[in-house]
Design a protein around this ligand. Structure first.
Ligand code: 13P
Ligand code: SF4
Length: 304
């Protein structure tokens, strides 16, 4: 059944000249029908160059909006309209405008997990894979990093030459992981390396052998000559790694590392979206898009 549906999706994709982009948190069956699977940074870069006129984003809303910002001439769909990122909604433009007034000489560096509206007042966007590089590269010495306090703290530690102000936003999925989860996982798997996403709290990242984006974690595990890994990010990465490296063992840092927003998109959703009976077409107000896309273009310029 899964294979049949996948075959139908591949046929429809060709017929409709559509490209499927999938974030690495999608389940294996969705990743298999995608033209490209990657982390937020790679998806943004890819969005600029896909040849098809229609793009389906299997991920969360800000990712589909980023594609539309970069390719306004394309028809872009968020495959499941219920997929939002709670962190992206934590601060709105009005609140950050007030904070900006308190720190007029600070550059606003916004995690890409923000709304299009909020991006209009950001100087530059970053992703987990590119944040350190970009914060080092931008000319400003003072950085107001929004909204993730954990990613911000990690970047601050890596870029000591700059001054950071952090706000108290964050990812509810990663931020609920505690030191006790690390202790329990290490006790259960004493020979495993701990690989974590920088959205985890500092007491978790401090205990890690590697800190990186979803793609960064996967690349590290694939290239490593070690055999066991505890994965400190959404549990779909455990699944993908188990498929890619059947001779290695991967363990979730916590069974609660589940992002329900990422998990809501299913293979039948992709099918329905291609048939025009599901998904949501992303429409952005042109004035807002033009202002917001500057921060994404700067990200790609500094991120390489
Ligand atoms: P990446 O940039 O690592 O893909 O992370 C996106 C995200 O939402 C992590 O929670
Ligand atoms: Fe947002 Fe966290 Fe889900 Fe990523 S894992 S999409 S940051 S809620």
């Amino acid at each position: 059944m899964i294979k049949d549906l996948q075959q139908e999706i591949l046929r429809l994709k060709k017929e409709k000249d559509a490209c499927i982009l999938a974030h690495s948190y999608m389940s294996e069956d969705v990743c298999e029908v995608a033209d490209f699977v990657g982390d937020s940074y790679a998806l943004s870069v890819k969005a600029k160059s896909v040849p098809q006129k229609t793009v389906l984003m299997c991920g969360v809303r800000f990712m589909a909006e980023t594609v539309k910002m970069l390719s306004p001439q394309k028809t872009v769909y968020l495959v499941n309209p219920q997929a939002g990122c709670p962190m992206a909604e934590q601060f709105d433009k009005e609140v950050i405008s007030e904070v900006k007034k308190m720190y007029p000489d600070y550059a606003v560096v916004a995690y890409i997990n923000t709304t299009t509206e909020l991006k209009t007042i950001a100087d530059v966007c970053v992703t987990s894979a590119s944040a350190v590089k970009i914060c080092r590269a931008i000319p400003q010495k003072n950085i107001l990093f929004i909204p993730d306090i954990n990613l911000g703290a990690y970047v601050k530690g890596q870029v000591p030459e700059k001054n950071f102000k952090l706000l108290s936003g964050g990812c509810p999925t990663h931020a609920k992981i505690e030191k006790s989860d690390v202790a329990a996982a290490k006790k259960a798997h004493p020979n495993a390396l701990l690989l974590v996403h920088p959205e985890c709290r500092p007491e978790v990242t401090e205990a890690a052998d590697f800190i990186g984006s979803t793609t960064g974690i996967m690349d590290f595990a694939i290239k490593s000559d070690k055999k066991e890994f505890i994965i400190g990010t959404e549990n779909s990465i455990v699944q993908h790694l188990q498929f890619k490296c059947p001779e290695k063992n991967f363990f979730p840092l916590s069974k609660d590392l589940v992002c329900h927003n990422m998990k809501i998109t299913t293979l039948p959703d992709v099918f329905n979206c291609l048939l025009g009976r599901g998904g949501e077409e992303i429409i952005l107000d042109e004035e807002t898009r033009v202002k917001a896309v500057k921060s994404i273009e700067k990200m790609i310029e500094y991120g390489g």
